[in-house]
Design a protein around this ligand. Structure first.
Ligand code: T5A
Length: 213
């Protein structure tokens, strides 16, 4: 049995962490499912990645150059793919990942302004060509997402970027969803948590590998 790689994407506060946990709980209890379900995230899915995450996010006042930022996200991903994602997929597990390559296209490409060809080179190097089987794009107005995040506590370095930056990120996701309609599914994230989860389950239930469990 081959593993499955499902990614959750979206702007800040879109509800990815919430929905990944609910999806994992549902999959683990799904009748006939014998595949292990693994939750992970970027940046910070590995021990080395957790240190990179601190460098990237924890100090809201630290200055991180745009090239450095791009390469640190790439380094986190390279370590993550090699030491965690690929081994789990090779074992036949279902890997649910909070952010992956589309985050780099949206944030460093559309947000920071890197050429798509530069982003693709970093992503290719980091992943060896690994792509998600399915990506849920939780689409939310950026002001609503940032409000949710601010209610939770002190914003991190990326959350402090300008509103314009976050709007370009959302536009990036929109354009990616237009270009890759078979891989990226848009979910309206401005609905209740349970409604969003119902939609995710309905989409997963249409997939052959889930039907065949
Ligand atoms: N980044 C990442 C890049 O720039 N390039 C890259 O290549 C990669 C991989 C990661 C940062 O790094 C950037 C993007 C990010 O800026 P992070 O802490 O992982 O940082 O940030 P996020 O991924 O944005 O995670 P958040 O926790 O901020 O948001 P989530 O996970 O989308 O949302 P969640 O589930 O934590 O929910 C946020 C709040 O909203 C509530 C929750 O209870 C919570 O309080 N909520 C809802 N409220 C109302 N209705 C709903 N439907 C709700 N769903 C959740």
């Amino acid at each position: 049995m081959s593993g499955k790689f499902i990614v959750f994407e979206g702007v800040e506060g879109a509800g990815k962490t919430t929905q990944i946990q609910k999806t994992a709980d549902w999959l683990q209890n799904l009748d006939g499912n014998h595949q292990s379900v693994v939750i992970t995230r970027e940046p910070g899915g590995t021990e080395l990645g957790r240190q990179i995450r601190q460098l990237l996010l924890n100090d809201p006042n630290s200055w991180v150059g745009n090239r450095t930022e791009l390469l640190l996200y790439g380094a986190d991903r390279a370590q993550h793919v090699e030491s965690l994602i690929r081994p789990h997929l090779d074992r036949g597990d279902i890997v649910l990942c909070d952010r992956f390559t589309d985050s780099t296209i949206a944030y460093q490409g559309y947000g920071r302004g890197f050429d798509r060809s530069e982003i693709d080179r970093v992503n290719q190097l980091a992943t060896g060509g690994l792509q998600s089987d399915l990506t849920f794009w939780l689409d939310l107005d950026v002001t609503i997402g940032l409000q949710r995040v601010l209610l939770r506590g002190k914003p991190d370095r990326m959350e402090l970027a300008t509103l314009d930056f976050h709007q370009r990120v959302r536009q990036g996701y929109q354009e990616l969803a237009n270009v890759y309609p078979n891989r990226i599914v848009r979910i309206d994230a401005n609905q209740s948590e349970s409604f969003v989860q119902t939609e995710i389950q309905a989409i997963l239930m249409q997939l052959e590998w889930i039907k065949n469990h």
